[in-house]
Design a protein around this ligand. Structure first.
Ligand code: GLN
Length: 493
């Protein structure tokens, strides 16, 4: 099989059973990254030699031919806020410049044990705060469909890498939409698992009650295989669930019989782009043609999802980010004047080490948690969060899944929203609820808008019911295989 035909993990495993080695596969992907990532800038670190060594080990111990290890020899890209032993992990922040973790995140440990080969770390908004990767301390990532546009964020590097076929699968993290939104903008599959499904040990914390690690892939099946490897209880994360992990890839071909799918039409009345709306309507037609019944549902409190999220997430961030003090790891501001003044060192390190968006969140969060405002903001937001979850619980008495567009618009131009945080935050309108409620949510490619940019179809499922959510996504994908459309190839050399 010519190297350019390698797209999915199934293609890779087929090539390996035809005689290709893990080293051959790894070499092919490193070559693509070397020649095609220049204009995209999905990667902040390419693992090169280390990846080839890991691949050689897999060839040597025969894991590449083990049928119970479907990811053995498969390259994967990892968002730069997930700890990788011996490889830089900076969350695209200056404050972690030069930080090389001494340990692997649990998800990375599980991937290595499964034989996946880490080819590099991908760009993101600093500490995953953003929707475009423009808040990265490095250069922003560009959308492979149109280099003048954002890839989405915060996991924009992982999404762009998979869309451009620079890695068949990738990991991201999703606190308010950071897997699903870039998946939609880049025309690929992204899943935020149920809160607790995947260990957060070794994920640099942004908002601990919202953060989840999850898969990016070209197909639902690949996302399911990747989820199966990373999911499951972990003694190192007290919030990880003991819920059994089924083989998510196993029953994807069995359609969910006559599913009822709820659409909260009242949330779609304003602000949804015409092209996104048209693609969504067409996606619902596909689901109907497969036997689904589409019903109107009400999620009355979801209109408050964005303001609720932007109290809870910064509040938790302000506490989580207090550990970056210039003492234990990463960047420390050079001494100036009175070296004995520890407060001054903290101040200068944090002022110079964090970017503007992170500082904005720390200030917002500190304010929301401060004495006198705590009840008015933080407690109120937690109450609204419960109401949002109750609306979903009520809806799930009638429906098997909730469908919405993933985002109100397709990818916008780089720079277009970077001066307007409120406009940027408003884009999280359809994604934030799944984090506030903890529910699993899948974005699958749902067609294109009038200018040919990808659009995402989002399906939200019952807690810990990723199996049915993925089956629904897989049946949609069977009749609407948008992932086969590829963005143009941009070569540098
Ligand atoms: N866009 C959201 C934010 O800026 C979501 C980020 C995320 O999911 N990590 O907070």
């Amino acid at each position: 099989m010519p190297s350019s035909d390698l797209q999915t993990t199934a293609d890779i495993r087929a090539a390996m059973s035809d005689g290709a080695t893990a080293v051959d596969i790894c070499t092919a992907y490193l070559e693509r990254i070397a020649t095609q990532d220049g204009p995209i800038h999905a990667f902040t670190h390419v693992a090169g030699e280390r990846a080839l060594q890991d691949a050689a080990e897999i060839d040597a111990d025969g894991r590449g031919r083990d049928p119970v290890l479907p990811l053995a020899g498969v390259p994967i890209a990892i968002k730069d806020n997930i700890c990788t032993q011996g490889m830089p992990t900076t969350a695209s922040s200056r404050i972690l410049a030069g930080f090389v973790p001494p340990y692997d995140a649990t998800v990375v440990e599980r991937l290595r044990a499964a034989g996946a080969v880490i080819v590099g770390k991908t760009n993101c908004d600093e500490f995953a705060m953003g929707s475009t990767t423009e808040h990265s301390a490095c250069e922003p990532t560009h959308n492979p469909w149109d280099l003048t546009r954002v890839p989405g964020g915060s996991s924009g590097g992982s999404a762009a890498a998979v869309a451009a076929r620079l890695a068949p699968i990738a990991l991201g993290s999703d606190t308010g939409g950071s897997i699903r939104q870039p998946a939609a903008f880049c025309g690929i599959v992204g899943l935020k698992p149920t809160y607790g499904r995947v260990s957060r040990y070794g994920l640099l914390a942004f908002a601990s009650s919202l953060d989840q690690i999850g898969p990016f892939a070209l197909t639902v099946s690949d996302a399911a295989v990747l989820l199966t490897v990373i999911a499951g209880h972990d003694a190192a994360d007290a919030t990880s669930s003991a819920e059994a992990v089924p083989a998510f890839g196993a029953r994807l071909a069995e359609p969910v019989a006559h599913p009822t799918i709820g659409v909260p039409w009242h949330l779609l009345e304003h602000g949804v782009d015409a092209g996104v709306r048209a693609a969504f309507d067409a996606a619902l037609d596909v689901l109907r043609s497969q036997g689904a019944t589409i019903v109107d549902i009400l999620l009355p409190h979801s209109v408050y999802a964005v303001p609720t999220y932007y109290v809870v997430a910064p509040a938790e961030a302000s506490s989580n980010l207090s550990r970056y003090d210039g003492v234990r790891f990463g960047y420390r501001a050079p001494a100036n004047g009175d070296r004995s003044d520890l407060g001054e060192m903290y101040n200068r390190t944090r002022s110079g080490g964090f970017g503007d968006e992170v500082k904005r969140r720390i200030m917002l969060g500190t304010y929301a948690l401060s004495a006198g405002y705590y009840d008015a903001y933080y407690v109120k937001a937690q109450q609204v969060r419960t109401l949002i979850r109750r609306d979903y619980d009520a809806a799930f008495e009638r429906v098997d899944a909730v469908a919405m567009p993933t985002t109100p618009t397709a990818a916008f131009a780089l720079g277009e929203r970077s001066e307007d945080p409120l406009q940027m935050y408003a884009g999280d309108v359809f994604t934030a609820s799944a984090n506030l409620t903890g529910l699993p949510a899948l974005s699958v490619p749902g067609g294109h808008d009038a200018s040919g940019l990808p659009v995402g179809l989002q399906l939200v499922g019952r807690a810990f019911d990723e199996a049915n959510l993925l089956r629904l996504g897989a049946s949609y994908e069977r009749d609407a295989a948008w992932w086969r459309d590829r963005p143009p190839v941009h070569t540098t050399v």
